[in-house]
Design a protein around this ligand. Structure first.
Ligand code: NDP
Ligand code: 13P
Length: 304
């Protein structure tokens, strides 16, 4: 039995894929009639597709239940804890140290996957056998699943690109052109690598599906909520207005704040993140954010 926690856009998609592959699937959300205790009772695999803000709540509830140490937790959340900057997988592992934890992350815009369009993703874990099991559960002729042994790198790729996706939305909203977009995405990737490697991830992981792949998807699609936030800010709307009309979470907003604090503490240069932060705080206009990036001191390409 596979239990998917979180019945939002991504949780529903993942449940549908596993169901189509012939697995028994339970779905749970805080609105469902099924209790969490019943939902996870026979679960060999628990897939968490809740937004970052709900992770601690749900883990606290699960902590009170008796779960087998063989139960595999799969995290599909792309965010960082606002207090500790821990990733979702790190929080799962802190709470359930004996259980295998697998991250599932890639260029996976749910609106495309629900239409049956082809996509690929990555499952990564320190427990290779658990990653292989999860690979089997979700692999299909429409969803190609790769394994990877750098769970932190895979998880950070999916999380950090959301900040760049907000900036990419601004870039398109201001109609800055393809050259500007290419520069932004390439320099955004440099920032992702810089902080990711500082936190212990492997550099090459960021050039794969879960890093560069997801960056390309979210920086170019109006289906991305993070891209939409940037695009609409460039159009002159304020953040409250945008969020009031946005379907689902734009995790990049919280991630930007966490990253800004971490980059300051660790003295890690993250100019794009810094400008996205100032923009989200309404401290600069989209045009001022652009000027802030273009008028930085000139420097070699590979230097902090
Ligand atoms: N949509 C996509 O294309 C993709 C999304 N992701 C990631 O997956 C995660 C979920 O995204 P998505 O499904 O789109 O978001 P949605 O907003 O559609 O769904 C979020 C889910 O989290 C639940 N939730 C939020 N807070 C709590 C809480 N305190 N307690 C219990 N449940 C809670 C919501 O419950 P309720 O409905 O009751 O509010 C809902 O089921 C995000 O981190 C996102 O970045 C990853 C890949 C693709
Ligand atoms: O992570 C995603 C696609 O891989 C979804 O992006 P958004 O959260 O910006 O919609």
């Amino acid at each position: 039995m596979i239990t998917v926690i979180g019945a939002g856009a991504w949780g529903s998609n993942l449940a549908t894929i596993a169901l189509a592959n012939g697995y028994d699937v339970n779905m749970w959300s805080r609105r469902s009639n099924l209790s969490l205790t019943r939902a996870v009772r026979d679960a060999e695999v628990i897939v968490s597709a809740i937004s970052m803000q709900g992770i601690r709540d749900v883990i606290e509830q699960l902590q009170g239940l008796t779960l087998s140490p063989q139960t595999i937790f799969v995290s599909a959340t792309k965010g960082l804890d606002p207090q500790t900057a821990r990733t979702p997988c790190q929080i799962w592992q802190d709470t359930f140290p004996r259980n295998p934890i697998v991250v599932l992350s890639g260029p996976n815009l749910s609106k495309e996957i629900e239409k049956g369009l082809p996509a690929a993703t990555v499952v990564a874990s320190n427990t290779a056998i658990a990653a292989s099991k999860v690979q089997l559960i979700f692999s299909s002729n429409r969803f190609r699943v790769y394994t990877n042994l750098d769970p932190l790198g895979v998880e950070l790729g999916g999380t950090l690109k959301n900040v760049v996706a907000i900036a990419a939305g601004v870039c398109d909203g201001l109609q800055l052109g393809t050259n500007a977009k290419a520069a932004l995405v390439a320099r955004g990737l440099t920032e992702m690598v810089r902080i990711g490697v500082h936190w212990g991830a492997q550099q090459e992981t960021f050039y794969g599906l879960s890093g560069l792949g997801d960056l390309i998807a979210t920086c170019n699609s109006p289906f991305s909520r993070n891209y939409q936030v940037g695009y609409q800010l460039a159009g002159g709307r304020n953040l409250q207005e945008i969020l009031a009309n946005l379907q689902g979470a734009a995790e990049g907003i919280n991630t930007t704040t966490v990253l800004k604090q971490c980059s300051q503490r660790g003295d890690i240069s993250m100019p794009i993140t810094e400008q996205v932060y100032c923009l989200l705080q309404a401290q600069v206009t989209p045009k001022e954010a652009l000027e802030g990036l273009m008028l930085r001191d000139i420097k070699p390409e590979y230097q902090q």
